[in-house]
Design a protein around this ligand. Structure first.
Ligand code: G1P
Length: 290
């Protein structure tokens, strides 16, 4: 089985849950401490063996390009001031990776966004990473866990997490086949944002996927679904008529950056994990939680 080397990262949504910040700034640029969330996503892909990256953007998201591109003026300034550490920080990613961009001109839904990646993918299986979900994998990055499951099965694999009843209607929900056990299970059905009464399980799609290229055939003809949007989950359901689709419970910690609580949690936890900020964050928490 050929290894997964291509990653698609949709970043063209309006980010209405984070208004007013997202009026002029992409939500993908929200920093967790001092790194934009989209950089965590790109690094996860990089650490999972991805060598070709596509970010799906729109006209309001040019600063994502600037973030990953070169900055001659800043470089010159840092060189003149002998700031070698800072130079290293800004050089690291542009030297290591090459990113491509494609524009999604209409925000018609995740399925429509992924369809914009068809030319980039060129008939290969690929990783899809959604920016609202940031993972710290247990022993290995979330995307690598899925890529290894793909190498075993040769099929699409959806990364999942268990969510409480009150949250099932916010996610794509998986129905495993009967008798399936363990972390890697074959799926019978997926349904996007079901009402609790209709949800087949608490197994939610957690923003990480390996998809086979057959998905594009279904995306091309996909009609609108939940929320009036062209839903990726609906095309995955149709793909199941042709190919098996699996889900894998991702091992690790997940931060839901799409929610304000998840964003705050990530900020606190990432700062606590940093040598240079651990004590300061502890001091802040003590001060405000007395
Ligand atoms: C998208 C997907 C959904 C998935 C979720 C994970 O929904 O459509 O299936 O469970 O991401 O974050 P969104 O959160 O963009 O509405």
């Amino acid at each position: 089985m050929k290894k997964i080397t291509k990653a698609v990262i949709p970043a063209a949504g309006f980010g209405t849950r984070f208004l007013p910040f997202t009026k002029a700034m992409p939500k993908e640029m929200l920093p967790i401490v001092d790194i934009p969330t989209i950089e965590y996503i790109v690094r996860e892909a990089m650490e999972s063996g991805i060598t070709q990256f596509l970010i799906i953007i729109n006209e309001g998201k040019e600063c994502i390009k600037s973030h990953f591109g070169e900055s001659k003026a800043l470089e010159k300034f840092l060189q003149e001031k002998n700031k070698t550490e800072e130079l290293k920080i800004i050089h690291e990613l542009p030297e290591k990776i090459h990113l491509e961009y494609v524009y999604q001109h209409q925000q018609l839904g995740l399925g429509h966004a992924v369809l914009c990646a068809k030319d980039f993918v060129q008939g290969e299986a690929f990783a899809l990473l959604l920016g609202d979900d940031v993972y710290v994998g247990k022993d290995k990055p979330a995307t690598l866990q899925l890529a290894e499951a793909y190498e075993k099965t040769g099929c699409s694999v959806l990364g999942t997490l268990e969510v409480p009843n009150c949250d099932v209607s916010k996610y794509g929900i998986c129905e495993p086949e009967e008798q399936s056990e363990g972390a890697l299970v074959k799926l019978k059905r997926v349904v996007e944002k079901p009402r609790l009464e209709e949800a087949p399980s608490n197994l939610a799609i957690g923003g990480r996927y390996i998809l086979t290229p057959a998905i594009f055939k279904y995306l091309e003809t996909q009609t609108r679904g939940a929320g009036g949007e062209i839903q990726l989950t609906d095309s995955i359901l149709r793909l199941m008529q042709e190919e098996s689709v699996y889900s894998l419970a991702i091992e690790g910690r997940r931060y839901d950056i799409g929610s304000k609580k998840g964003f705050l949690e990530a900020t606190v936890d990432f700062a606590l994990k940093r040598e240079d900020l651990h004590d300061a964050m502890e001091e802040i928490l003590r001060k405000y939680t007395k």
